[in-house]
Design a binder for this molecule. Structure first.
Ligand code: URA
Ligand code: CA
Length: 433
């Protein structure tokens, strides 16, 4: 086989065989196929697309390009959840303890990463003492005992995806549905998921700005799951504005605590219940989605969800008393209110701009070397569709710097108030089974 022929085949719109795809992925991973040929191939895929069969083959070739995590010693069906991007997305923090509290094993491998806020591990590290330096054996033991544990990225997972994603980033080939779908699914499968619940975001703050594209991506991933024997379901949810109120690390931990008590922001809580019921159902802990939802609502109400969160934090060195006493979380020195300049209805809160504002405060990493400030961030006081009076706070800014003019300007530029009635956006657009 020659790479040049496979590029030409894809360029001319033909489907590649499983063997051809494996040749490409193996060759690229071990350095036999150079970046320039891989770039040309990615561009051909971008324009020509891939069949469902090709996409599934690409996913599995990337899974097998490196290590895979063996979770077979964990009892039960391991369900993982993945949200595609988003701003202030506190769902992972809530869903872990929530579904674990009804018996679903949550064996979460997580990262830090770049973005508006830190990753799940950074957020959890705002709990004093909490750490993820546990070995695989302890990890498995903890999941069997408490139904939940979080470990940092271990092993060499999907090196093909790592290399290809970085290449796509600089060759304008990120936005291809088969490439995105296989990239996401390969990572979940390599991390040991038996079943996968996907939360595909749509709207201004999402990867897929248009609903139609979000549906195509969700369908592509559900189809991969079917073809490779992982039960997969997808929810399409709104990311035109940030989810919940808090965007920041400690601030989101606090928001997660509220939500586990059933006292969280309405949109965050509803999305967690919907995603959570799918996880419980796929884990076969309930025989219907309705039953699953009722179990989760009960766990929020009777304190089991919160108790599970405390047990989990303590098992990994964390001070679980923060749950009852969130003032023990890192707190920023200053608070500023962003006051509305007119009466009306909130019409727009551009999610990615709000995320960038949080990052300017220090909540996220711009480069791998940047240090995160766990205490800072934003708490929205209004969401789209809310009425607002001139002088009322739209956002509380938590900062360790006295100077927040740039952040304020950025927020004013991206939060629009309309003199006419505005309806709250739909939270859940669709479901793909
Ligand atoms: N996220 C991923 O992990 N991969 C993509 O290709 C796009 C988004
Ligand atoms: Ca949030």
């Amino acid at each position: 086989m020659r790479m040049v022929d496979l590029i030409a085949k894809k360029r001319d719109g033909h489907a590649l065989t499983k063997e051809e795809i494996e040749f490409i992925i193996n060759g690229y991973t071990n350095g036999d196929i150079p970046d320039y040929q891989m770039s040309a191939w990615a561009m051909a895929v971008f324009f020509r697309g891939m069949t469902e069969e090709e996409t599934a083959a690409l996913t599995m070739a990337m899974v097998h390009s490196g290590d895979t995590i063996d979770l077979s010693k964990i009892e039960g069906i391991k369900v993982d959840k993945h949200s595609t991007g988003g701003v202030g997305d506190t769902t992972t923090l809530v869903l872990g303890p929530l579904v674990a509290s009804v018996g679903v094993p949550v064996a979460k491998m997580s990262g830090r990463g770049l973005g508006h806020t830190g990753g799940t591990i950074d957020k959890l590290e705002s709990v004093p003492g909490f750490h993820v330096e546990i070995d695989n054996e302890q990890f498995i033991e903890l999941v069997n005992k408490n139904k939940i544990a979080v470990i940092g990225q271990t092993g060499n997972l999907t090196p093909a995806d790592k290399k290809l994603y970085a290449l796509r980033d600089v060759t304008a080939t990120v936005n291809s549905i088969p490439l995105i779908a296989s990239s996401i699914m390969s990572k979940k499968i390599a991390a040991g998921a038996d079943a996968i619940v996907l939360d595909v975001k749509t709207g201004a703050g999402a990867f897929m700005k248009e609903l139609a594209d979000a549906k195509l991506l969700a369908s592509a991933m559900v189809e991969i799951g079917k073809r490779v024997g992982r039960k997969t379901m997808a929810i399409i949810s709104d990311m035109s504005q940030p989810l919940g109120y808090a965007i920041g690390n400690a601030l989101e931990v606090k928001e997660a605590i509220d939500t586990l008590k059933g006292e969280g922001p309405e949109d965050l809580q509803e999305l967690c219940l919907v995603l959570g019921s799918h996880m419980v159902y796929l884990a076969e802990k309930a025989s219907s989605l309705e039953e699953a939802r009722a179990m989760l609502e009960q766990a929020m109400k009777d304190g089991t969800a919160l108790e599970t969160f405390k047990t989990f934090l303590a098992a990994q060195g964390g001070d679980a008393s923060v749950v009852d006493n969130p003032s023990k979380l890192p707190e920023a020195k200053y608070r500023f209110e962003l006051e509305a300049k007119q009466d009306g209805w909130v019409a727009e809160i551009v999610a990615d701009a709000v995320g960038t504002a949080a990052m300017l405060l220090g909540a996220g990493r711009a480069t791998k070397e940047s240090k995160i400030d766990l205490s800072v961030g934003l708490v929205l006081r209004k969401k789209i569709g809310d009425t607002v009076k001139k002088g009322e706070s739209l956002v509380t800014i938590y900062s360790n710097s006295e100077q927040v003019d740039e952040v304020k300007q950025m927020l004013y530029d991206h939060i629009k108030i309309s003199a006419e009635f505005v309806e709250a956006p739909t939270l859940i657009y669709d479901k793909i089974l």
